[in-house]
Design a protein around this ligand. Structure first.
Ligand code: ZN
Length: 147
């Protein structure tokens, strides 16, 4: 009984700290979040669990200046549509970069961050966000002044 409990906890942790989607073995399409039915193959589709590598490219993005109460501390923040390398598109916050430096086509990787907190010692919800794969400063180096 205890072992089963541990396994369940680990399964949950795994689904929190990885991008778990699925793949249709019939047509090769990846889905995130996972789907119950492949919309292309319908009944012929054979969906299998799939863990995404977590690498992708920014397809489009927006800077959010108005946010619900829970997210106000992080304003303004960047929300992007990210095309995962395997082919699925998802929406996520972009972190660890100045909003001025976010670009369409930028390479990003998944990172798992605290999204919500409920009071001291309360529930903490983790979720996926994305960060640039390369460190960006965005600030051009100024030539040293000589006078
Ligand atoms: Zn399919």
């Amino acid at each position: 009984m205890a072992e089963r409990g541990v396994a369940q906890v680990w399964r949950r942790i795994k689904s929190i700290y990885t991008l778990q989607g699925n793949k249709c073995e019939t047509c090769g399409t990846h889905y995130f979040p996972p789907r119950l039915v492949c919309p292309q193959c319908r009944r012929k589709g054979k969906l299998e669990p799939f863990t995404f590598k977590g690498l992708g490219t920014i397809y489009t993005f927006a800077v959010v200046h108005q946010a619900p109460e829970d997210f106000k501390r992080q304003m303004p923040y960047v929300i992007a549509q990210v095309d995962l390398d395997e082919g699925a598109r998802l929406t996520a916050q972009i972190v660890n970069v100045d909003k001025e430096d976010v670009k369409i086509g930028m390479r990003v990787r998944v990172c798992f961050r605290r999204i919500k907190e409920f009071g001291p010692g309360g529930i903490i919800v983790y979720g996926y966000k994305f960060e640039p794969t390369m460190r960006v400063t965005g600030h051009e180096e100024k030539a040293a002044t000589t006078n």
